[in-house]
Design a protein around this ligand. Structure first.
Ligand SMILES: [Cu+2]
Length: 476
């Protein structure tokens, strides 16, 4: 599917939304529309990338902050205002709303929100580290994303400092250009590449083995900053910090480390797990991880590094106790980061009971490649998808077999699922909403069908989704 087709389709939907807005109505039924407690504006903002100004999108609160934080038990009752010059829609990644409030247009419930339009949402929030991002075109690449933190009662009484870290991959090029650079590769041989890759976003070709990164970027950001000028968070000596790390990058998976300090993983994709020490934490696109860090008694600096898989380039933030000297840290790790895999699914054990035996089984094959640049599910793209079907109450066992040369972080909307097997071998059943499926592997998830409607199921690598790797789960 080319982006031209996508754009026409989106503009068609926008036309309907414009008509609604012209009639003076919001995009959702009036039952949702009484005085929202929270407001967010999708709007442009300017960030600094190593001294060069970059205009990107953001999701701003009235107080100027980016994103949203809800208190325990608070509903997600929000008015979203589009202050951009183009239509948009924002998906609430990790929340489990009714399907007509999921923040997507592809499933047909709502159209795009036109410029100067708004939409109102009202549903029960799910505790955890979540996020929000555009589900229109390639806007996510232009940083139209923000944290969405829903605090639990336990968070409020915990004796720790909370720090949110959102990761991005950034290019000065327009995302359309990046995509054209990828899809336009058909017919060119590898020898035509190999120079100017960093600034021109062309593909990188490993001589053999899986492809880890298909887009080159100008910078990798943590809280919108590079390691040249990182965020420095002041902490107490012996203080405990909870890092809520969100991989909002469009096409980059990271490995996280604390520069030799040890972190404990306490949640994945917003779901609590018993604390487990992990030295090197894989984080694919769309995934989140919560890490507990104990600051040294004698004081000092503890970095959080996020290193791109298969590469040494990294970004990060610094935690620093009072008086600690903050030295400049290199944006290159000593060793390339290992590929991001489903390692956490093998070592973490969920706190609660796993689901019962499946009532329905589905297998799907993830395919595709660079030449031509196209990614599919069972050989099909969105336009000719074969939806996965479920009845309410089913436990759906879905096995994804990756026969392509790249990993795919597969995300199901509206549900959290158990990861029950890897390559046919049972694993503990970690609860997630996005799971990494590496080349040559098969990952089985169990989905409890408890949220009727139509739901997107797709690869969270933006250019894989845009070129076809998306289907839907439909309740019948
Ligand atoms: Cu993919």
């Amino acid at each position: 599917m080319s982006m031209n087709i996508t754009r026409r389709r989106l503009l068609g939907a926008a036309g309907a939304a414009v008509a609604l807005a012209a009639a003076g109505r919001s995009l959702l039924p009036s039952a949702y529309a009484d005085t929202p407690r929270h407001h967010l504006s999708a709007a442009s903002r300017v960030i600094d990338i190593r001294g060069r100004a970059a205009t990107v999108w953001g999701l701003r609160r009235p107080d100027g902050g980016n994103g949203l934080e809800l208190m325990p038990g608070e509903r997600f009752h929000l008015a979203l205002h589009n202050r951009m010059e183009e239509p948009t829609i924002i998906h609430w990644h990790g929340l489990t709303p009714p399907s007509d409030q999921d923040g997507v247009t592809d499933t047909g419930y709502v159209g795009l929100i036109p410029p100067d339009g708004q939409a109102v949402y009202d549903f029960a929030a799910r505790p955890g580290t979540h996020w929000m991002h555009s589900h229109a075109g390639l806007q996510e690449q232009q940083l139209l994303a923000a944290p969405l933190i829903v605090r639990s009662a336990a968070d409020l009484v915990a004796d720790h400092q909370e720090v949110v870290v959102m990761l991005h991959d950034f290019s000065f090029r327009a995302p359309d250009e990046i995509l054209a650079g990828l899809t336009g590769m058909a017919g060119m041989d590898h020898g035509a590449q190999g120079h100017g890759a960093m600034n021109h976003g062309t593909m990188r070709h490993a001589p053999a083995g899986p492809d880890l990164n298909d887009v080159e970027y100008d910078a990798f950001l943590a809280e919108d900053r590079t390691l040249d000028d990182p965020l420095v968070v002041r902490t107490e000596r012996r203080g405990r910090v909870r890092l809520r790390v969100i991989n909002a990058a469009a096409a980059t998976a990271f490995r996280l480390d604390l520069g030799g300090h040890i972190a404990r993983v306490v949640a994945v994709d917003g779901n609590a797990v018993p604390a487990q020490e992990v030295a090197d934490v894989p984080l694919a696109q769309g995934q989140r991880v919560d890490l507990l860090v104990d600051m040294p008694a004698q004081g000092g600096v503890v970095p959080l590094f996020a290193t791109r898989e298969g590469d040494t380039i990294r970004t990060g933030i610094l935690l620093a106790t009072p008086g600690a000297v903050v030295a400049r840290l290199s944006d290159r790790a000593a060793q390339p980061a290992a590929p991001v895999d489903a390692m956490l699914e093998r070592i973490l054990v969920p706190a609660d009971a796993p689901v019962g035996p499946p009532t329905r089984q589905v297998e799907m094959v993830l395919e595709g490649g660079m030449m031509p640049y196209r990614w599919t599910i069972d050989g099909r793209s969105w336009a000719d998808r074969r939806p996965v079907q479920a009845r309410a109450g089913d436990v759906l066992a879905m096995t994804m077999v990756n026969r392509s040369g790249m990993a795919h972080p597969m995300h199901l909307h509206g549900h959290h699922f158990r990861v029950t097997a890897i390559d046919g071998r049972p694993v503990s059943g970690l609860l997630r909403d996005t799971v990494q499926v590496v080349p040559g592997s098969a990952v089985t998830i169990a989905v409890t069908a408890d949220n009727p409607g139509r739901w997107l199921f797709h690869c969270h690598s933006l250019y894989h989704m845009a070129t076809g790797m998306m289907t839907e789960l439909v309740y019948v």
